[in-house]
Design a binder for this molecule. Structure first.
Ligand code: ZN
Length: 236
């Protein structure tokens, strides 16, 4: 049998354990949020890196096209120089054809370069715009992460304190009462000691108690719920 004094201690223990569970769940939730936020942060970093990479690729393309362009222009110049020196008509014609080929190449590459430069300008504008967005996102995520780390720290401290309180309390509870409580806990969710609630129902499962049990509870006795097997008491 559990005495009144023991009941008080057990109820304290139960409350502590319920709070410990809550904090443990909160810690888990915070850890998950932390992981999620770090993932998002990495995504933001990757997005920015991708934008920069695209810009760099365009720069490379522009550089390469410019180099090809100067080769073609060089070709025109060389063809012109040689045109001044040739004597044979056949050679002259061949050089004209060569010059024309280089001229085509220049036109083509100049067009290409213009397109690339337009594309670069657009990409730079996009980058500037996106960079601002990304920076805002990044700052926001960092702040959230800091909040979470703070909350985590506090939760851990509270949890540690509750665990110490629980440890101290357990030493004050008589073995037989503690054993009864632990037995209930092994098959039921907390709380395992519940008050009788409105109209004589079990505070755990909500089933209405038979009137014989109800009157016992109202007289201050502890009874076992026939439905969920929790201990029921009357909260005066
Ligand atoms: Zn019940």
């Amino acid at each position: 049998m559990i005495e009144k004094e023991e009941l008080k201690l057990l109820l304290n223990l139960q409350e502590l354990e319920i709070n410990i569970k809550k904090l443990e769940k909160l810690t888990q939730k915070l850890t998950q949020e932390d992981v999620e936020l770090r993932k998002q942060l990495a995504q933001v970093e990757q997005e920015e890196a991708m934008l920069l990479l695209e810009l760099k690729k365009l720069d490379d393309e522009i550089r390469q096209t410019s180099q090809e362009l100067s080769i073609c222009m060089e070709g025109i110049k060389r063809a012109e120089e040689r045109l001044n020196k040739v004597k044979k008509a056949q050679e002259y014609k061949a050089l004209l054809r060569e010059k024309a080929r280089y001229e085509d190449c220049v036109i083509k590459l100049k067009d290409q370069l213009k397109l690339l430069q337009t594309e670069k300008k657009q990409k730079e504008q996009t980058y500037t715009k996106q960079k601002k967005n990304l920076e805002v996102k990044y700052r926001d995520l960092k702040e959230k992460l800091e909040d979470i780390s703070l909350e985590s720290e506090l939760t851990k401290r509270n949890l540690e304190q509750l665990k110490q309180e629980r440890f101290k309390l357990i030493n004050r509870i008589p073995k037989h009462a503690l054993k009864e409580y632990e037995n209930l806990k092994s098959s039921l969710e907390l709380p395992v000691i519940v008050p009788v609630v409105s109209f004589g129902a079990c505070g755990g499962c909500g089933m209405k108690l038979p009137s014989s049990l109800y009157s016992k509870v109202m007289l201050g006795e502890l009874v076992i719920c026939p439905n969920c097997t929790r201990i029921i008491y009357y909260e005066a």
